[in-house]
Design a protein around this ligand. Structure first.
Ligand SMILES: [Zn+2]
Length: 285
């Protein structure tokens, strides 16, 4: 029996992506409505209010080997995308957001909003060195897709609590700041070795060695004495201690009794306040 036309057409590659129409029968469609309300109401989205974001439905999102299911996705319009749209007289797109068409109706209202909220969080203004939005040669604003500042596992939250996980990146930034290695350098190195910037890159066993003694918050007298002794970093001071033995502090000229006590206290507080360095120091041994 000959195949019907429908059976033949079923062999064609299905189309998985289609634009979500903004207005249908005079009403703004639900995903657009959610997005526009979030952009209007949330302070966090003020910088991206003027971005031209286009919504798309994507069919058949599946879970991967780790059982991770992506329910939404964001990407930047390429130069080619922009040129194509402009060629046909459309509004230059900046960003595309894809939503899970097949599963959308099964999500609760709050989760639908959360999906769109999440993708909007990824959209960042591409800044120049003066803190202004970068423009291309046609004066089109440039954007970038930001990364997640929090990456975690349910087991990590169970063991350490949500606050520790939420604060993890800030803590990391603080460590980087105190390590006196310019952040750019950390990023450069990570890029060169093809690694992502993570705790492993920054907290090497000897990163505490680069800590500048000037940041200990010592008095002018102690700072001067350290400078005169040629000691700038914690690493140099540790070497000095090793070389001069138990009475090393007496070998730093100009400290006096008060200065010695002050330096001892400052060092003690430093190690207490920076347990991450103690750990790195002990791993080195
Ligand atoms: Zn994301």
């Amino acid at each position: 029996m000959a195949k019907t036309k429908t059976e033949e057409s079923d062999k064609r590659t299905p189309i998985k992506l289609r634009p979500i129409i903004r207005k249908h029968a005079g009403k703004i469609t639900e995903p657009w409505n959610i997005m526009e309300n979030l952009l209007a109401d949330c302070e966090v989205f003020a910088p991206i209010k003027h971005a031209h974001i286009k919504l798309y439905w994507q069919k058949d999102w599946k879970a991967d080997a780790d059982n991770i299911a992506v329910g939404a996705q964001v990407c930047k319009a390429s130069e080619l995308d922009r040129n194509q749209v402009e060629e046909w007289g459309g509004v230059t797109p900046d960003i595309f957001i894809k939503l899970a068409e097949t599963h959308w109706p099964a999500f609760k209202e709050i989760d639908r909003e959360r999906f769109i909220f999440h993708e909007l969080c990824h959209i960042k203004v591409a800044m120049d060195s003066n803190g202004k939005q970068k423009l291309d040669a046609k004066d089109r604003p440039l954007w970038r897709i930001g990364k997640h500042p929090i990456t975690t596992f349910p087991a990590e939250i169970e063991r350490y609590g949500i606050d520790a996980v939420l604060g993890a990146n800030d803590k990391m930034l603080e460590v980087i700041r105190f390590s006196d290695r310019p952040m750019e350098k950390v990023f450069d190195e990570a890029e060169k070795s093809g690694m992502t910037v993570s705790a492993e890159v920054v907290l090497t066993a000897d990163s505490w060695r680069n800590y500048l003694l000037a940041h200990l918050g010592c008095s002018a007298r102690v700072s001067k004495a350290l400078e005169t002794a040629g000691l700038k970093t914690l690493g140099e001071l540790t070497n000095f201690q090793a070389k001069h033995g138990d009475f090393w502090i007496k070998d730093i000229k100009g400290l006096g009794a008060t200065g010695s006590e002050e330096l001892t206290n400052r060092l003690e507080s430093f190690w207490t306040e920076h347990p991450e360095y103690c750990q790195a120091q002990s791993e080195e041994k």
